[in-house]
Design a protein around this ligand. Structure first.
Ligand code: AMP
Ligand code: MG
Length: 324
């Protein structure tokens, strides 16, 4: 049984947060909104609860989870080490859509880190997320609340569509504002490493940290993964979804999404911010309409589109080569 509870996004009802925290304490799963996407949360200290996340999503055990904390102090208290650069990044971007990889401690269930010696920590911004973590008093492990490899959820209904019956409660505080997953930076080594592109772009990170190494995940699956879980196909809708760069022959039955370009008759996602916010809901809507095929006209090759481009590369495949 999944209970859907509507809460106010700005001043969430304390009783709702309390009952959600009690469920987490009892080892149950609760889904809630962060600024990026909806998360499927469990008490990060309880192995059995964390195991339920993997089971509910059908998530490979090798894919670590992000542990959400309510403040920088809480992050410091739970991390196994806190390099100086972590403070610099926290000052600049927390609360916000930045995950930092730091050394772990044994207080986290091992599965949160998928066997690694590090843990991903993030302070989300929304009052619901921070209120829930504070009410529990422990970190909340939460990956995106979708079936593994399906499109990430940006509304409570998306969560219900994917995980009905597998999550005890969904806190519905409306649609998420940012819409794509957090930027992930590993600060556990000498030089910070950008592991996953996201809402906070490379240029902005460099302004703050100076030196930054970038590990761009190849999407052909040939490169060893520096950040587990960055699989080739991810975030993909259940209908064929191809990407094209410019001129192409659309069939009448195609649904066309033009990203950062205007194409007559297409759904246009005009800016990187709009595209991030709307992309997943649009993919889910077209999927529900059972369109024959989705054609994505890719955004321009510009740095500001890097995070959206990354998600689109995972959601789409190249079209088949034209016949002779
Ligand atoms: P999500 O499924 O959006 O919650 O994102 C979790 C992702 O964060 C994983 O798939 C990894 O890419 C990344 N991540 C989390 N923890 C770690 C870690 N300890 N080391 C490297 N990457 C991590
Ligand atoms: Mg995910």
């Amino acid at each position: 049984m999944t209970e859907l509870v509507v809460v106010d996004a700005h001043t969430p009802q304390a009783a709702a947060l309390e009952s959600a925290a009690s469920l987490l304490r009892a080892g149950q799963l609760v889904a809630f909104a962060t600024e990026t996407v909806y998360g499927l949360g469990a008490d990060a200290t309880q192995a059995a609860a964390v195991a339920k996340i993997f089971a509910a999503k059908g998530r490979p055990q090798t894919n670590p989870l992000i542990a959400h904390v309510s403040s920088v102090q809480m992050a410091r208290a739970w991390a196994g080490g806190w390099p100086a650069v972590a403070d610099v990044l926290a000052d600049a971007f927390w609360p916000g859509p930045l995950t930092m990889i730091v050394p772990r401690t044994d207080r986290f269930a091992a599965a949160v880190s998928a066997g690694l010696e590090t843990v991903g920590l993030r302070v989300p911004e929304p009052a619901v997320a921070r209120g829930l973590i504070a009410a529990l008093g422990r970190p909340v492990a939460a990956p995106s609340a979708n079936r593994s490899e399906h499109v990430s959820p940006t509304t409570a209904q998306h969560v219900v569509d994917d995980l009905q019956g597998q999550v005890a409660m969904v806190l519905d505080s409306g649609r998420t504002g940012v819409g794509i997953e957090s930027t992930v930076v590993d600060v556990s080594g000498e030089v910070p490493v950008l592991l996953r592109r996201g809402p906070i772009g490379e240029a902005r990170l460099r302004e703050v940290v100076g030196a930054l190494r970038v590990v761009d995940q190849r999407t052909d699956g040939t490169q060893r993964q520096a950040s587990p879980g960055q699989s080739v196909r991810h975030y993909a809708p259940d209908v064929p979804c191809i990407r094209v760069d410019e001129a192409f022959e659309a069939r009448d039955s195609d649904a066309v999404i033009a990203v950062g370009r205007s194409v007559p008759g297409a759904f246009v996602l005009s800016t990187p911010e709009v595209a991030a916010r709307e992309l997943y809901a649009l993919l889910r809507r077209l999927e529900a309409r059972r369109v024959a095929r989705i054609v994505v006209v890719m955004p321009p090759h510009e740095a500001r589109w890097a995070a959206v481009r990354d998600r689109l590369l995972r959601a789409t495949v190249l079209p088949p080569l034209p016949g002779p």
